[in-house]
Each structure stands twice: as C-alpha cells, then as structure tokens.
Design a protein around this ligand. Structure first.
Ligand code: FAD
Length: 577
C-alpha cells in the first residue's frame, strides 16, 4: 500500500453540503484539508427546503470565516450566481386533511417568509448546490478526492490514519461528514434508534406537478398571500405528511422538477412490501381526494426511494481526534426542514474548535465537548417536536395550538441568530452568545418552560377523546396567554387566522412593552442595548449588503482576482482517487 507522506491539518469524509462547507471554511482559514468522497458529483441527494435559521447560519458562516460564497444559497437574490435550477420559497404551508374529505380551507396555515431584508428563501437543487460548494472548497485550497470511499480510520495519539482502496492518508484530526452511513459512528458502536419520532419515507423527483390551488381550493378561497406552489407545501394528516417542493416556481426557473416525499408512521401504516414504492404512494394518497388529484398524470424522473424507519442517532459526537458532523450523528425527519440548519451550526462550531485545537495542540474529546452538547440538544428538541406534531395531526384542534409552539420557537431562534450576528464582536463572542441554543426558542429560558409544559400536555392527551382535546387545547391557550412575548401575528393565528401577514409593517410593532422589542428579560436576551432605530438602520444596511447588486459586485471581485491569480484556484485537485 502506498502511504502519502503529507500530514494534513484536517481530513473530512464526504462532500455533501456539510463536508464541503466545512472544507471551504477550514481551507480559507489556512488549514491543509483533504476531503474524501465515495461518489462522484453531480449526484442526486435530498434535503432541499431551506428555513430562515439555515439561511442565517449560512450568512454567519460566510462572515465569520470570510467565505462570502457560503451566503449564496440563503436567498432568491443570487440566482444569477448559483443558477436558476433552484426553486423559490416564499412560504411554509400546511394543509390538514381528513380521509375521504375535501380539504377544509380553514384547516390551513401559510407561514409567510419575509422578503425584507434578505429576499425570499429558496428550494435547493442539491445536485447543483453540493457540486458548487465542493468546487468552492477546492478553490480555497481543499484537496478533494472523488470516487474515493474511506474504508477505515485508525486513531493514534498524534493523529489519524485514513484507509482508502489505494492509499493511506494522515491528518491531525478527522471529521466524519458521511451522513447516515458514518463509518465512525458504526466503528465505535454509537448508533441507536432510541427516539420518540417514528417515520419512514417514500420520495422522488417528478415533472408536471400542478399547483395545489389549481386542483383544490384557489389561493383566494384560502385567503393566503401566496399560491401554494410558491413555497414548501406540507399536506398533513393523521400518522403522516407529504412534502411538495417545486423548483419550477419562479419566472426565471429552468428546472421542471418538483420534489415529492411521503412520510408515514410505520406503526400506523406498515410498509407494503407487496407493492412497489410508486404503487404504495398512489394507493396511500387515494384516501385523500385533493392530494390524489394533485398527483394525477404526473411523472417521476427517477426511481422512487423507499426507506424503513428514518430516525437514527448516536451516543456520542466526538472522540479523541475525531468528530461527527450533524447528519452523521443523527436524523429525525424532514419535518420543519431543520436538518440543514443543524448541519450548518455543526459546521460553525466544529470549524471553530478545530482552529482552536490547531493552535493549542489539544484535539481531545474534552476539547470538543461543546459540539457534542449542542448537536445532541438540537436532536432532542427536533425529536420531540416531530413526535408531538405527528400526534397533534390526529385532531385539528391540537395542531392549531401546537403549530404555534413550532412557529414561536423558530421565530425566536431566528431572531437570536440574526441579532447576535449583527451585535457580536467577532466569532468567539458570537458563539458564546449562542451557547444556550437548543434548535428552537433562541436560548430563551421562559420559552423552554413554556415548550416543556405544552409538549407534556400534548404527550398526555388522548386525541380520540373530544373532551380531553378541548381541555388540553384550552390549557395550552391559557399558557400562551400568560406568555407576554407572543407576537401579535401568532395571537391572530390562535384566534383563527390561517396565515401570517405578508411583510406588512404594523404600527403595534413599535409598542413599548408588547411590540417587536418587547421588554424586561426578553428585550435584554434578544436585543441587549439595541434600540428600534439601531435595528431599523441595521436592517437597511443588511438589505443593501445582501442585495443582488452587492453580492454580484463581491462575486465579481473574487472572480476577477481568480483570473489574475489562477494559482490559488488551482491548488485544489479534483480527480478520481
Ligand atoms: C428524506 C430526507 C429529507 C430531507 N429534507 C430536508 C429538508 O427539506 N431540509 C433540510 O434542511 N434538511 C433535510 N434533510 C436533511 C439533509 O438532507 C441533511 O441535513 C444534509 O443532507 C446533510 O448534509 P451532509 O453533507 O452532512 O450529509 P450528506 O448530504 O448525507 O452527504 C454525505 C456525503 O458523504 C459521502 N460519504 C459517506 N460515507 C463515505 C465514505 N465512507 N467515504 C467517502 N465518502 C462518504 C456520501 O457519498 C455523501 O456525498 C432531509 C433528509 C432526509 C433523509
């Protein structure tokens, strides 16, 4: 066997969105990085729906590690750079269905994604995003070996040895960004499935999927600000849900595909091995007349994928000289699109700890403990959120109150992330201020108290007992009323409204105590000493900074620098190992 003499600063397994982002960041910060990819780009993969928290984490990575390209996938503003194969996401919508019944427009929720200040979000066409991100990592100097699966890793006191088919490589530290097939999680026997959520999935990419508003009730009948096809649509029902993620939903679109995936609780709907995945999909959706209508005459462009239980986790995240990136640690469910958010926060913390270890020489598990704590906290919160959402779909009254907990948690998380990036004095300060995050709630202790109580109530309720459902929803509404920092738009949802407002500036945002800034511990936690004027000025600056023109200008500078300094771009290698 050939042994490479070079010892790299870091080795990374996998060039998915996580591995490539980490490689770009570390290479940009001067570390020698070697990256192994078992497959070849471009390649199909899943995980396409963005959320505000993910986009914000990408902006933070771009700024704090000085890799501006990492913000490309955070907004529709950047189609001219990333291409028009990605879809737009102007909302996150949920339609609740009951078997054999037409969808009731009142049982719907359109959570509008604000256009100001960053532009709407996107549906990422992963084969393109992942290829581009890998290329960006290479352009910063990472060495990427495609078609080179890692077979084994030996951890030694002074580094790691990585075995591939052809050669052994050496590095000071290794990060497993190999996703569910993580060889380190397997090697150390850390995999487990002791989780609350219980789902399986059937998915593919399709063409000719119509907008739901053209086969079911119209946008006007719903009273929603946007058409269903302009964002991520979730059809939800007892025991499962179905995603519809179009890429062909904006005026510049060049990609006819639409991603479709059905998640089912196998304890309610066991896998039909007697049917092909496609037959199972159609036989299942036949129960819901409107969903069935949406998929009449559509065509898959690739083979259907069908899995057994999706959930997996890991006892640990770090060991001496190695760490698992989030998706190698675990996965819960596509619901609420938290996967990419957790992945990017995991990149954020992993990169910081590796750079520290590079300075101190301390690559021990103890030095990387904050990564383990954060990742497992995030997984735990998502697991409970998914399990209880599934339960709440058994009775619309439960979902109508539980959905507000999801929204509140997501909103506060996004707020904390954004305001912290705007206020922090550098990366260390940013990470210190975010050290209490748990995926939802922005690290705000009163939110966690509220969430604990609401989750406990949902876990106890019997959804088949109407009186119990009424008692529980009344109690949850009481808890929300006693929470002084519930945004007025969410209170409107509790009063029966079925959407969030579309970018409307409301006068009551400026109220002193219950306006946007809130007061007391809330104001201190989320905004510190920022005034409304500070925030308005910062938002305007952000809008200018992340505008199409500003980004193209920055992109143009890097591209023209590359033209005069091609050596740096050529340092990375891209070949079959
Ligand atoms: C069904 C489903 C739907 C999802 N939907 C969403 C969504 O809508 N929104 C969202 O935010 N998240 C979603 N996710 C989660 C999202 O897919 C992940 O967060 C994301 O893909 C993680 O990226 P990654 O690069 O860490 O891992 P992956 O994308 O899994 O990439 C891992 C890479 O490692 C390579 N690899 C593995 N083992 C080896 C080895 N031994 N040697 C060399 N290379 C190796 C693989 O070939 C692959 O390229 C979804 C997940 C699933 C399963």
């Amino acid at each position: 066997m050939n042994h490479s003499n070079q010892k790299y600063g870091v080795a990374i397994i996998g060039t998915g969105i996580g591995g490539s982002t980490l490689a770009a960041v570390l290479a940009r910060q001067g570390l020698s990085a070697i990256v192994f990819e078992g497959g070849m780009h471009p390649r199909f993969t899943i995980g396409e729906s963005m959320i505000l928290e993910t986009s914000e984490a990408m902006r933070a990575l771009a700024e704090l590690y000085d890799v501006p390209e990492l913000a490309y996938f955070s907004s529709e503003n950047y189609y001219s750079i990333i291409g028009t194969s990605h879809g737009v996401k102007r909302h996150f919508s949920f339609l609740h269905h009951s078997p054999s019944e037409k969808q009731d427009t009142r049982k719907s929720l359109q959570a509008v994604i604000p256009k100001f200040p960053y532009g709407h979000e996107i549906h990422i066409h992963r084969q393109d995003s992942d290829y581009l991100l890998m290329s960006i990592a290479i352009s910063y100097g990472a060495n990427v070996l495609q078609g080179t699966p890692v077979h084994d890793i030996t951890v030694k006191p002074d580094g790691v040895e990585i075995l591939t088919d052809k050669q052994a490589y050496h590095a000071r530290y290794i990060v497993d960004a190999g996703g569910m097939k993580s060889i380190l999680a397997e090697k150390y026997g850390w995999r487990h499935r002791d989780l609350r959520a219980h789902t399986r999935t059937v998915y593919t990419h399709m063409v000719d999927v119509p907008c739901f508003n053209d086969v079911g009730p119209s946008r006007e009948q719903y009273g929603h600000p946007f058409r269903a096809s302009e964002g991520t649509l979730h059809h939800v029902f007892k025991g499962g849900w179905l995603w519809v993620i179009p890429f062909n939903n904006h005026s510049r679109a060049t990609n006819p595909l639409c991603s479709v995936g059905l998640q089912l609780d196998p304890r309610v709907y066991s896998l039909r091995a007697d049917l092909t995945p496609e037959q199972e999909f159609y036989s299942f959706i036949a129960r819901f007349p409107d969903i069935h209508e949406q998929f009449k005459g559509v065509r898959p462009v690739r083979a259907w994928m069908r899995t057994d239980r999706l959930q997996y986790s890991s006892q640990h995240v770090v060991g001496d000289r190695f760490a698992l990136l989030a998706h190698a640690v675990g996965f819960i469910d596509p619901l609420y699109s938290k996967g990419l958010y957790v992945t990017h926060m995991s990149v954020m913390v992993t990169a910081d700890l590796i750079l520290k270890a590079h300075r101190t020489g301390n690559y021990s598990a103890a030095a990387f403990a904050p990564l383990e704590q954060m990742t497992l906290r995030y997984m735990g919160m998502h697991d409970r959120l998914v399990a209880n959402s599934f339960k709440s779909w058994s009775h619309y009254k439960l979902w109508s109150v539980y959905s507000v907990l999801w929204l509140l948690g997501a909103y506060q998380e996004y707020l904390k992330l954004t305001v912290t990036r705007l206020r922090a004095k550098g990366r260390a300060d940013y990470l210190a201020q975010l050290s209490g995050l748990k995926l939802a709630g922005g690290g705000f202790a009163p939110f966690f108290k509220l969430q604990e109580k609401v989750d406990a109530l949902i876990e106890q309720v019997n959804p088949d007992d109407e009186a119990d459902v009424d008692r529980t929803t009344a109690e949850i509404r009481g808890l929300y009323s006693a929470y002084p920092w519930m945004p007025s738009a969410f209170r409107d949802l509790l009063a029966g409204k079925n959407c969030l407002p579309n970018n409307k500036l409301r006068v009551n945002l400026f109220n002193r105590s219950d306006g946007f800034l809130g007061d007391g511990i809330y104001r201190e936690h989320f905004f510190g000493n920022q005034t409304m004027i500070d925030l308005i000025l910062k938002s305007l600056r952000e809008q200018a900074r992340y505008s199409v023109q500003a980004l193209c200008r920055r992109h143009g500078v890097r591209m023209s620098c590359a033209a005069v300094a091609p050596l740096r771009l050529r340092r990375g290698i891209l070949h079959r190992g």
